[in-house]
Write a protein that binds this ligand. Structure first.
Ligand code: NAD
Length: 404
């Protein structure tokens, strides 16, 4: 009997978790995993690479480490288009791949919302390479300062104070002394600023925790401003409107980093799949509404949370659960059984503010901050490494400095 062909597009949190479940539980399957990189990366840790806190190697591991030969064929290539009706996937430099079941887990890209100059003059944090590029850019500016004495070289402006922006400014604030040494200045000369259009920060946390985050960052000399809506980016300048006074303000900085939100992979739009910001509203079993053999998960999916009446946010923890549910539903379908609905019970959400500080809310609503929250963040990171890569990757790349 011919084996069932399962394609998995993307080796992020969602794709690799689905792979792991299918490799261990599915019978008579032939899996093809496609990713443009040879490695999996922990997308929640890009800010640490951009800040220079860790090397890229610390947040990546080889996909081949988790691929079971004989069951899975890994192709390192870029997916360009999905044809759901023909059940094929177009791949750069390869023959199209055919499938019986497909899991689309192609992840996110940075979103500029069409703001003038953002693509040209601000640096995104889309992947490991662009995060490394942020750090290299800033270091080059600091080195240049030694001769040019251009004050803007010492300034970083982070556009958007969501999770990514706040985690990034927290990590950078911790490294001020290191940056100062490179430029030959004092840590107080390094200016870190993060601005956001919203009147209040991090709406998923109680306001006292968000206030704590801003105060802690201020103590380390990092400024966060709310109600500053960015209209335009020029070479070395961010133009924003004070949403309370309508005053136009210009922030000059040698390094401008763009963290105003994300969209799903462009492969969704290129494939003519109906979506909003490349996120497809999937069924409760994570299927494409128009093709029940195609599962769409992770940052390219939007799934309704019946309790809140809003789609679940895009987080690594949710992507992992989606990967599990999609794989189990394929196995159920192959066995002629009914699949399960996606449900997510949060065990906690944490936003780091550097290596030793964070804010968080546990699944039962308990608020945590400081080193307790930062230890919790590391436990969540280790758990995700263990879930996708197993014990080996967790021991090699995990964070075990839980006490400070
Ligand atoms: P986000 O959508 O969470 O935050 C973007 C921020 O940019 C918002 O606060 C928004 O008000 C602001 N913004 C948008 N347009 C703006 C403009 N023109 N001017 C000024 N501010 C503007 O995006 P993100 O931080 O990139 O995160 C992306 C996703 O990844 C989110 O779903 C987030 O929850 C998730 N994430 C989670 C974690 C974690 O769980 N620790 C870490 C990183 C990212």
């Amino acid at each position: 009997m011919a084996k069932t062909k399962i394609g998995i597009l993307g080796a992020g949190y969602a794709g690799l978790l689905a792979l792991k479940v299918l490799q261990s539980k599915a019978k008579d399957v032939e899996i093809t995993l496609i990713d443009r990189n040879s490695y999996h990366n922990e997308a929640t840790d890009y800010h640490e690479v951009a800040a220079g806190s860790v090397n890229a190697d610390k947040i990546t591991y080889q996909i081949s480490d988790v691929v079971k030969p004989g069951i899975t064929n890994f192709i390192q290539a870029t997916v360009t288009k999905i044809d759901k009706e023909a059940k094929t996937v177009e791949i750069e430099g390869h023959e199209p791949m055919t499938f019986d079941y497909l899991i689309v887990a192609l992840g996110f890209r940075s979103e500029t919302f069409g703001i003038k100059g953002a693509t040209e003059f601000a640096l995104p944090m889309d992947d490991v390479e662009s995060s490394e590029a942020v750090y290299k850019h800033f270091i080059a500016k600091l080195e240049d300062y030694r001769t040019s004495k251009n004050p803007d070289n010492l300034k970083v402006l982070i556009a958007g104070a969501g999770f990514t922006g706040m985690e990034l400014i927290g990590a950078m604030a911790e490294n001020k002394a290191k940056y100062a040494k490179i430029a030959g200045v004092t840590p107080d000369d390094i200016e870190l600023t993060c601005i956001d259009a919203a009147p209040s920060l991090l709406p998923m946390f109680p306001s006292d925790l968000a206030d704590y985050a801003v105060k802690r960052l201020a103590k380390r000399g990092a400024k966060v401003f709310t109600s500053r809506g960015i209209n335009e980016v020029k070479d070395g300048v961010v133009v924003a409107k004070n949403m309370e006074t309508n005053e136009i303000i210009e922030f000059s900085a040698g390094t401008i980093i763009w963290t105003t939100g994300v969209s799903g992979s462009d492969v969704i739009a290129n494939s003519g799949i109906e979506a909003r910001r490349n996120r497809v509203m999937v069924t409760s079993q994570l299927k494409d509404p128009e093709n029940d053999k195609v599962y769409i998960i992770g940052d390219v999916a939007a799934v309704m949370d019946a309790e809140s009446g809003r789609p679940y946010p895009t987080t690594a923890q949710i992507a992992l659960v989606m990967g599990h549910v999609a794989a189990m539903n394929i196995i159920a379908d192959m066995n002629g059984q009914e699949g399960e609905d996606f449900k997510y019970v949060s065990q906690g959400t944490v936003c780091s503010l550097g290596n030793t500080d964070a804010i968080g809310v546990l699944g039962n609503g308990t608020k945590v901050k400081g080193y307790v929250a930062s230890a919790l963040k590391k436990i969540i990171m280790n758990k995700s490494l263990w879930e996708t890569g197993g014990v080996k990757e967790m021991l090699a790349k995990g964070r075990f400095d839980l006490y400070h």
